[in-house]
Design a protein around this ligand. Structure first.
Ligand SMILES: [Zn+2]
Length: 341
């Protein structure tokens, strides 16, 4: 069974809607997507051992509003700076295609937030890097560095695909963690030398996704390898901005599918070895030490520490849980333990 349902793909691709028109009806496909991601029953265990049932869906609207605010600030900044070069540029807040950029920006951030909170990631470093790549691409484009903003999008796709390969090739992942240089070729899905072909042959990804990746990666590679058409003089260009917009949306649309494939494959592998202790962060299986035992009501948690990467994990039985400390209105801190299911 998939831990993140591929039903999510039915909400994709998102429709273009001007940001100025968004409301709960207009950006329905985005809200439908993030509600589906977060629609999971959970239990919060308080310090005194009492439990509260929650649905994660009830909290996601706050994250959605926060990311929407960040995007609104970005789009205002781009419009303002571009207006200094060309008074005739349209207000991007009223442009449906730029509303679509916002949907993908918010969807990716909400999805990654969920993946981190539930520790579903195969590799936290790659997951974190995708956020840096997206943010830096948007930052570069807001300064009219379109070619460079696109180069970063190619990196973004690589950060999503490599963990899928590492998930089926433990030795390659270990080498990567040890900084041993490996040039993993993406190549076309037809080229036997590339990892896309490997993933296709092992039926981890299907042909449609392999082809979509190859086409997009080839297009973005034109920037990295200096095709003349991508050169720009860092002046505002509405045409180039629209091209970046299209490639940004397509990259995240594909990355959503790829990251879900990666997570489901990783969870399948973990379920096969449910009794095995594995560090969530570096995948070390041999040096996990029990730091202390924590008792809350009837529940017993083990605080485990990985002696390889020093990360601490709170574990209930074989199930990872996450300790979150929050301050209430009186400034008193309370610990909550979030269970996965
Ligand atoms: Zn570790």
């Amino acid at each position: 069974m998939d831990i993140i349902s591929q039903n999510l793909f039915t909400s994709l691709p998102f429709s273009p809607e001007a940001l100025s028109n968004w409301n709960e009806n207009i950006d329905r496909d985005l809200l439908e997507f993030i509600y589906k991601v977060y629609d999971k029953q959970g239990i919060v265990v308080k310090e005194d051992g009492s439990r509260i049932s929650i649905n994660h869906k009830d909290t996601v609207i706050y994250f959605y509003l926060n990311y929407r605010q960040i995007f609104q600030e970005w789009i205002k900044r781009v419009t303002l700076t571009a207006g200094q070069f060309n008074e005739l540029i349209p207000n991007l807040i009223d442009d449906p295609e730029f509303g679509k950029v916002g949907k993908y920006f918010i969807a990716w951030n909400c999805l990654i937030r969920y993946i981190r909170a539930e520790a579903l990631f195969f590799c936290i470093d790659h997951i974190n890097e995708t956020i840096s790549e997206i943010n830096s691409s948007m930052y570069l484009v807001s300064g009219f560095y379109y070619k460079q903003g696109l180069e970063v999008l190619r990196n973004f796709l690589e950060e999503v695909v490599k963990p899928i390969y590492f998930c089926i090739n433990e030795a390659a992942y270990k080498n990567w963690r040890l900084n041993r240089f490996q040039h993993l070729q993406m190549h076309s899905y037809r080229d036997k030398k590339g990892i896309i072909n490997t993933l296709l042959e092992k039926t981890i990804i299907d042909k449609d996704i392999a082809k979509e990746f190859s086409d997009l990666y080839k297009e973005l590679s034109g920037c990295v390898h200096g095709e003349k058409k991508w050169f720009s003089s860092s002046n505002f260009s509405y045409e180039r901005l629209c091209k970046w917009n299209d490639l940004f949306c397509r990259s995240i649309n594909l990355a959503i599918k790829l990251v879900i494939i990666n997570i489901n494959e990783w969870q399948r592998q973990k379920l096969k070895n449910i009794d095995e202790k594995v560090c969530l962060y570096c995948h070390n299986k041999h040096k996990i030490l029990v730091n202390r035992i924590i008792e809350h009501g009837e529940e017993i948690y083990l605080e485990q520490k990985c002696s390889q990467c020093n990360q601490v994990m709170i574990i209930r039985k074989s199930q990872p849980v996450f300790k979150v400390t929050v301050s209430n209105d009186d400034g008193i801190e309370e610990n909550y333990f979030f269970l996965n299911r």
